[in-house]
Design a protein around this ligand. Structure first.
Ligand code: COA
Length: 88
């Protein structure tokens, strides 16, 4: 298993808190569809709350595949721009 997440918190003055962007979320192919991605994302969301992050988003760098879109939607994110999902 080679899960990898990376989130960068930054100040977000307008929202009165921080914004964080997950630069990459990867689950090794043989481990996909076993709940690993959902568990990793839940940990990031938990950590973001502790860090008073008001806006958490994920960059997919280009149009996401239907599978990636389904994944982020299942985890509470909405597509708000091309290649950008934001936690609802
Ligand atoms: C996207 C990714 C992180 C998802 O991780 P995962 O561990 O496979 O996802 P989970 O098993 O936690 O899936 C949670 C839910 O998301 C949805 N989902 C996940 N992958 C899906 C797919 N390919 N098609 C449809 N729904 C999907 C399902 O509702 C799933 O729940 P279920 O399996 O009980 O039906 C993983 O597929 C991956 O690393 N892909 C390659 C890299 C990538 O594109 N990363 C995203 C951009 S940074």
């Amino acid at each position: 298993m080679r899960p990898l997440t990376d989130a960068t918190p930054k100040p977000l003055l307008k929202a009165g808190g921080r914004a964080a962007t997950i630069d990459e979320l990867n689950v090794a192919e043989g481990w996909q569809r076993k709940g690993v991605g959902r568990a990793l994302l839940a940990r990031v969301v938990e950590r973001a709350k502790v860090l008073t992050v008001k806006r958490l988003q994920v960059e997919t760098y280009g149009a996401p595949s239907p599978g990636v879109t389904a994944f982020f939607q299942a985890c509470g994110f909405s597509l708000c721009d091309v290649g950008l999902f934001r936690l609802r």
